[in-house]
Design a binder for this molecule. Structure first.
Ligand code: F6R
Length: 606
């Protein structure tokens, strides 16, 4: 996730404090960094792809004077990581410098118009339209604040923006759907996307409301609403230790990332599905893109493999032949691929060696390849014919959490497009499914607010082993629940198709092996039969189900409740509950949750 920092002071010293702020934002994940300082006349811009140390090297020879500046850590969404795509971005004259978080959804049209009017662009970003629009308003005689407001009126999307110009000694900033906070100190101010960015300098904070526009000068600030009405916002003192603040107040990145899921899912879905019409807008894949596809193969590892299983199940159920392969097994015995085969590599990092190798093999056999990944500019995104970005924001905890949810949702949207292109029809359930997808962020939030996962983890965390079962669309969720549990708790956990329990694993079931059973509202009676088999052997049963299912409640010792939703979407909700159980069990067992032993975030060997 990108990070913004601004320092507004009268004297010199902006660069050092901006660099500290950028380093404090590192935990959000980034692939380039930059800053602009108001130095004498216009803004002077320094930016580099890669680590902040690269930016520091550029500044090493000569730190520019200046008390006011803006800085940014970029996590690519439009255009790969590069010096040119790093922020700040400027207008044609270099008099306006902007940093931006979020997405400008209508940048394509805006950019086309600006190009037609003679503006020159130097990056692939959506951000760069902003300084050029400000430039036009300034040229028509507007003052910087008016030019800023006029520009905001033309933007759609969700964003936070901070701007400096050569015309005055102020920073103008706004937030619309992306966070921005104002830090207040003696004779200086800070703006940042997150409090930890400026905790070294002040712990007095003003939380801006969505739509607020703020003008900040060294001797004062003025906040106005989107309509231009002046408002006062109170100053609050935060009691955070700068050490902990990188995790945004959470004990672990994993817990923070679990809690980021509503926001991540909103980003994944933004602008891509319309439940009222049933239309899918995948900018990269207009209708008809996949007309020639006859079969789909997913290749992936670990958690991403489980997301791939969900993707294939959806396609097969809708009449498109689809299979999912463990990428490391793909080299041997895969069915023939040809130019009518679409091979989809599902990979959060885009760098997993097994997945890259499977994709290269598919490519060499003439298949079309598509990367479904979180990282713009990753090897998978670059090497595949196409890429669909899941937009989950950076994931730092080794255990994949929010990226699984965003992968499943991305594959559901891609699945809808594929079904229409390949079969020429639309599923009668499309609208209900899209409705359920658009309710997901709110439903996940409800789980996060009311979960009893910690209490249940406390009750069972010293058991002998843990089994997870699910049927159909949630068999992958049972597998994922077990993977997450073993990975971070170091306890033995296995996931099975619910119906398979009686074909072997039941021999392991005792009163010291809790069975977590996932229900979706489809074929629940069969899964309930399997639960009864475990119950009869004395196993504690934890059901993950909506409260619509009375019978499940009667047979379960504990229930992790999920809001009622479409059966194809219920798995994402159930998985959030299971993520929380794994997290709390591992926490109670004192495990190093963010860095489990022997595991790495990105596995770059086969
Ligand atoms: C489990 C986990 C791993 C990854 C796997 C693939 O929590 O994170 O199983 O899912 O190593 O990684 P990506 O998705 O980066 O290809």
């Amino acid at each position: 996730m990108c990070g913004i920092i601004a320092r507004i002071g009268g004297d010199d010293g902006a660069v050092d404090e901006l660099l500290t702020g950028l380093e404090n934002l590192e935990y959000r994940g980034y692939d380039s960094a930059g800053l602009a300082v108001k130095n004498g006349s216009g803004p002077e811009v320094f930016k580099r792809q890669g680590e902040i140390s690269h930016l520091k090297e550029v500044l090493a020879d000569e730190v520019p004077d200046g008390g006011l500046g803006i800085g940014h850590t970029r996590w690519s969404t439009h255009g790969p990581p590069s010096d040119e795509n790093a922020h700040p971005h400027t207008d044609c004259s270099g008099d306006v410098a902007i940093v931006h978080n979020g997405i400008i959804e209508n940048y394509d049209e805006l950019k086309a118009d600006l190009l037609a009017r003679g503006h020159e662009f130097t990056s692939d970003t959506d951000t760069e339209v902003i300084p050029h629009l400000v430039e036009e308003s300034l040229a028509e005689g507007a003052d910087p604040e008016t030019a800023f407001r006029e520009t905001l009126e033309k933007l759609s999307g969700s964003y936070a923006v901070a701007m400096i110009t050569k015309h005055d000694h102020a920073v103008y900033a706004t937030r619309r759907g992306s966070p921005l906070v104002l830090g207040v100190s003696d004779g200086e101010y800070f703006l940042a996307s997150d409090v930890p960015a400026f905790l070294d300098f002040t712990d007095d904070v003003i939380y801006l409301d969505d739509g607020d526009v703020v003008e900040v000068r060294p001797d004062g600030h003025r906040i106005t609403t989107a309509d231009g009405e002046a408002v006062e916002r109170s100053v609050q003192t935060v009691e955070w230790d700068p050490e902990d603040a990188g995790k945004g107040g959470y004990d672990h990145y994993m817990l923070k990332e679990i809690h980021e899921q509503p926001a991540a899912l909103r980003q994944t879905l933004r602008g891509r599905a319309d439940p009222t019409t049933g239309d899918i807008h995948l900018e990269e894949f207009p209708p008809g893109t996949f007309e020639d596809v006859k079969r789909v193969q997913f290749v992936a590892c670990g958690t991403s493999y489980h997301a791939g299983l969900v993707g294939a199940q959806f396609l097969s159920d809708s009449g498109v032949p689809a299979q999912t392969f463990l990428a490391s097994e793909y080299a041997t015995g895969q069915p023939p691929v040809d130019d009518e085969t679409l091979v989809v590599g599902v990979t959060q990092s885009g760098e997993t060696a097994d997945t890259l190798s499977a994709l290269r093999r598919a490519n060499a056999s003439g298949a079309k390849t598509l990367a479904v990944t979180n990282v713009v500019g990753s090897t998978a995104a670059r090497e595949c014919d196409d890429a669909l970005f899941i937009r989950a924001g950076p994931e730092i905890g080794v255990a994949a959490t929010k990226t699984f949810s965003s992968q499943v949702v991305s594959l559901a949207l891609l699945g809808e497009r594929l079904v229409r292109d390949v079969t020429g029809t639309r599923s009668p359930e499309t609208r209900e499914r899209l409705d359920a997808l658009s309710d997901l962020p709110g439903n996940v939030q409800q789980i996060l607010d009311y979960t009893s996962a910690r209490r249940i983890a406390k009750r069972y965390h010293d058991s002998d082993a843990y089994f997870f079962i699910g049927r159909g669309a949630v068999r992958p969720v049972a597998l994922e629940g077990a993977l997450k549990f073993k990975e971070i708790s170091y306890e033995h956990a296995e996931g099975f198709a619910a119906g398979e329990l009686k074909h072997g694993p039941l021999a392991l079931v005792t009163d010291r092996t809790p069975v977590f059973a996932v229900f979706t509202g489809r074929n629940d009676e069969k899964t309930l039969g399997n639960v009864k088999e475990a119950e009869a052997r004395g196993a504690p049963v934890v059901a993950v189900a909506s409260d619509a299912n009375d019978e499940v409640y009667q047979h379960a010792d504990e229930v992790l409740t999920i809001p009622e939703t479409h059966p194809d979407v219920a798995g994402v909700l159930a998985n959030v509950q299971l993520q929380l159980v794994s997290y709390h069990a591992a926490d109670l067992l004192g495990r190093p949750i963010d860095k489990p032993r022997n595991l790495a975030k990105s596995v770059t060997v086969e």
